[in-house]
Design a protein around this ligand. Structure first.
Ligand SMILES: [Zn+2]
Ligand SMILES: [Zn+2]
Length: 422
């Protein structure tokens, strides 16, 4: 029969590499908690209307990248393409607002029907944070410093913060008009997608990944020259606070891309050696989103990062990932059933005491069992044959030094326990 393969654009994370994902997730838990973030886990599917309202009708995500399906009762559902909308839905549904800033983080799979390439999968892992309840620019700087420090502490130092402001509902419309007027005479020179975006929502043209379109847009008027004085002042304060934290940033006027719900601050973290997929984290302020979803006018800011891309980035600089937990004891029985039963029970006893231990269930030859112990990177093996059984001893061999000792049955357990858990 023909073998079934993983669906195009999906990736198995195999046992020999899963330590990378675990490392990045654990690091996130460790660092985010220093800033007061609490984990939230929302479902991976939601009503489609959540994303249409939250992300925006005109975005590429909603137009062509969502995995949409009807359930058995005909409900229109969708695999989440990003994490923010679901967190905001939960924030509203469970009244998580309090007097201080509500700080939430999530990690998990997101789904987008995009063309697969290196570091981009149709199911990919994201880690993100949301800080809800304040429009203060110092919070923007704190959130940017959080993602920045995360990368430094994860071992990725050669990164660049890119910053922009997309203005507010009052001034963005004016910028759209300026941009439309500037692009109108050349609009046929853009790709067909961009021509459609020009009519739907001209800002979405900045999403285009085609170099020719990007070149045209480099010449376009900058949004930061068009935003209102309040938005200017907000941006200036964000910058001042980043300076205070000594975080280098570069203004990128093309950082208008992304989702409709962004207001004012947008930012990306760039690791340039990754080529075209060089953004490893992206975020921004979304002061209108919660209102859009039926709540009060509650401002917020957040970011998300793509774990698969961060793995690529760290691999590219030769990151030494933490070792998989190694095996403390490998038990080898050779000869009679009685020797095997003795070690079978001992294996259980070690595990109950918190000591990792393994035994060969097939009772193969000494040579093949030693080979397996080696492959499993066992620190020590215990060998028990009929001769040893008769004398009431085992052979305890250190796999690092090769030194082998004879140990009496009654002393064995405590001796190993003392070595492993001093
Ligand atoms: Zn404004
Ligand atoms: Zn284009």
């Amino acid at each position: 029969m023909e073998k079934i393969k993983a669906v195009r654009g999906t990736k198995d994370i195999l046992p020999h590499e899963v330590n990378k994902w675990q490392f990045l997730e654990n690091k996130a838990r460790e660092i985010f908690s220093l800033y007061g973030y609490k984990e939230i886990r929302t479902p991976i599917f939601e009503e489609i209307s959540l994303f249409v309202r939250g992300i925006g009708q005109g975005t590429d995500i909603v137009r062509k990248e969502m995995y949409v399906f009807d359930d058995r009762k005909g409900r229109k559902l969708c695999l989440r393409p990003e994490g923010t909308a679901g967190v905001m839905r939960a924030f509203l549904e469970h009244n998580l607002a309090d007097n201080s800033i509500t700080k939430l983080f999530y990690t998990g799979p997101m789904f987008r029907y995009e063309r697969p390439q290196a570091g981009r999968y149709r199911q990919h892992t994201q880690i993100g944070v949301e800080a809800i309840g304040s429009a203060e620019p110092s919070l923007d700087a704190e959130v940017i410093s959080l993602v920045y420090n995360y990368f430094i502490l994860a071992g990725l130092e050669n990164i660049q913060v890119e910053l922009n402001s997309v203005g507010c509902e009052k001034c963005r419309g004016k910028y759209k008009d300026i941009l439309k007027e500037a692009l109108a005479k050349n609009v046929t020179a853009f790709c067909p997608d961009c021509q459609e975006r020009f009519n739907l929502n001209v800002l979405r043209m900045f999403d285009c990944k085609i170099p020719e379109c990007q070149n045209f847009l480099n010449e376009a008027p900058k949004i930061t020259d068009a935003i209102c004085p309040d938005c200017q002042a907000h941006l200036a304060e964000v910058k001042a606070h980043l300076d205070l934290l000594k975080i280098n940033y570069k203004m990128n006027p093309r950082l208008v891309r992304g989702l409709d719900y962004y207001t004012r601050t947008t930012f990306e973290i760039i690791f340039s050696s990754l080529g075209s997929q060089n953004a490893i984290a992206a975020g921004g302020r979304y002061d209108k989103l919660i209102h859009e979803l039926g709540g009060d006018e509650i401002p917020g800011i957040g970011f998300a990062m793509g774990v698969e891309r961060i793995v690529l980035a760290l691999d590219s600089i030769g990151k030494k990932w933490p070792e998989m937990s190694s095996l403390e004891v490998y038990n080898i029985a050779v000869g009679s059933q009685k020797a095997y039963e003795y070690l079978f029970e001992l294996t259980n006893k070690f595990r109950q005491s918190g000591i990792s231990c393994e035994i060969d269930h097939r009772q193969r030859s000494l040579k093949s069992q030693l080979k397996t112990a080696d492959k499993l990177k066992a620190k020590r093996v215990i060998i028990l044959g009929d001769q040893e059984l008769e004398k009431g001893i085992v052979l305890l061999r250190s796999m690092n030094t090769g030194v082998q000792r004879e140990i009496k049955f009654e002393e064995l357990f405590d001796l190993v326990k003392k070595e492993v858990l001093p």
